[in-house]
Design a protein around this ligand. Structure first.
Ligand SMILES: [Zn+2]
Ligand SMILES: [Zn+2]
Length: 154
């Protein structure tokens, strides 16, 4: 599978907010939880876990949206309200970025899917790992290592 050319610039629907990613994702995921269904207005959300040092907002000032705190904060464009990225409380090392903000989506195939207990029955994603809920925290390191091994450029 391919990795994104870096840096990548992403924009919200209206262009008022731009983000830049200059690090390879730690992992990609799809989430089928009810919250993601509602926020994405679709069957599931997509995430690229980006190391915080490789993520910045380069234009505009995102505002908090969705369900706000205490476990996580969702950030949206203040103008068009596009859901752009999520920061998880207590896990400052990475940002969960919505890969659909970027032009090139060839690298954004989800590696894992979470909350399949809420998955719509017609959805069938080409993932490597499925979880009824969310993977235990202690499993994340192994998943990230497996993702990296599968995506290292030859
Ligand atoms: Zn916008
Ligand atoms: Zn979710």
């Amino acid at each position: 599978m391919s990795q994104p050319p870096l840096p990548q610039t992403g924009t919200c629907r209206c262009g008022a907010v731009e983000i830049e990613v200059s690090a390879q994702p730690l992992m990609t995921a799809a989430c089928h939880c009810r919250g993601c269904q509602k926020m994405s207005a679709s069957a599931f959300s997509l995430t690229a876990m980006i190391p915080s040092a490789g993520f910045k907002v380069t234009k505009g000032t995102p505002v908090k949206g969705g369900l706000q705190g205490p476990q996580l904060d969702h950030f949206c464009c203040p103008e068009c309200k596009s859901w752009m990225f999520t920061r998880i409380t207590g896990l400052p090392d990475f940002v969960n970025v919505r890969p659909t903000l970027f032009e090139d989506l060839s690298w954004a195939t989800p590696f894992i899917e979470t909350m399949t207990s809420a998955k719509l029955n017609w959805v069938n994603l080409p993932v490597e790992h499925s979880f009824d809920g969310f993977p235990p925290v202690e499993d994340y390191m192994a998943l990230i290592t497996a993702y990296s091994a599968a995506h290292t450029r030859a």
